[in-house]
Design a protein around this ligand. Structure first.
Ligand SMILES: C[S@@+](CC[C@H](N)C(=O)[O-])C[C@H]1O[C@@H](n2cnc3c(N)ncnc32)[C@H](O)[C@@H]1O
Length: 205
């Protein structure tokens, strides 16, 4: 890991993802989490204030970057429920099958290298009645915006720690065997190439 990934990127991600429009998105999805929760790509813990603590039994915070966790650990220490750090990739989740009632993933499916493998792992660790809650930026519906996403993507990935502008989260979820419930989408204010968001809930189909 280079100096950029270790020292600059975590703070950049924390600053950008902590913006007010992202915070509004988090408020739409995170309070739906309940029971034994796995958060995939926990980052710096920006979702923590939005959990409904009365509904949470425990939280597994899965995050492969120790530099991101170094920022998230302080927030985790203040949580009203138990937070256990899992230093692991989503492609190999160190939990028993069926052990999570909720998997939450926000702005991480864009970054996970083997996203199909990660979704298959998420499916495995979700209980039969469990719910995957997600909010992602990604592939825009407008062809002109989409073309720019494809053009800019290689440069964006280089500075964004592997983040893709043009992943289609709902399509990836469907292909992984999830049934989407109440899917919503919109452009957040800002540069359209980076702001098309989709969010909702998904269950094992
Ligand atoms: C843009 S950040 C989002 C962080 C957080 N989910 C949020 O909403 O603020 C993407 C996160 O995905 C993490 N990540 C990268 N590769 C991963 C992998 N293979 N498995 C799980 N998380 C990964 C990164 O370390 C980073 O913390």
């Amino acid at each position: 890991m280079g100096l950029y990934e270790k020292y600059v990127l975590p703070r950049l991600v924390d600053f950008v993802c902590g913006g007010k429009h992202f915070t509004k998105q988090r408020r739409k999805v995170v309070p739906h989490a309940r029971g034994r929760v796995l958060e995939v790509g926990f980052g710096s813990g920006l979702n923590l204030p939005h959990y409904d603590e009365r509904r949470i039994d425990r939280l597994w915070a899965l995050e492969p970057s120790r530099s991101m966790w170094a920022l998230g650990r302080r927030r985790a220490a203040e949580a009203a429920f138990d937070v256990e750090y899992l230093c692991a990739d989503a492609e190999a989740i160190p939990l028993e099958s069926g052990s999570a009632d909720t998997v939450l993933v926000t702005y991480a499916l864009c970054t996970i290298p083997q996203v199909e493998t990660a979704l298959s792992e998420i499916r495995r660790v979700l209980s039969g009645e469990g719910t995957l809650i997600f909010c992602e930026h990604g592939a825009a519906p407008d062809p002109s915006v989409r073309a720019w996403q494809d053009r800019v993507n290689p440069y964006w990935k280089a500075v964004g720690g592997g983040c893709h502008l043009n992943r289609d989260a709902p399509a990836l979820l469907s292909a992984a065997g999830f049934r989407l419930e109440n899917l919503e989408s919109m452009y957040l204010p800002g540069w359209k190439v980076a702001t098309f968001n989709t969010w909702g809930r998904a269950v094992i189909s």
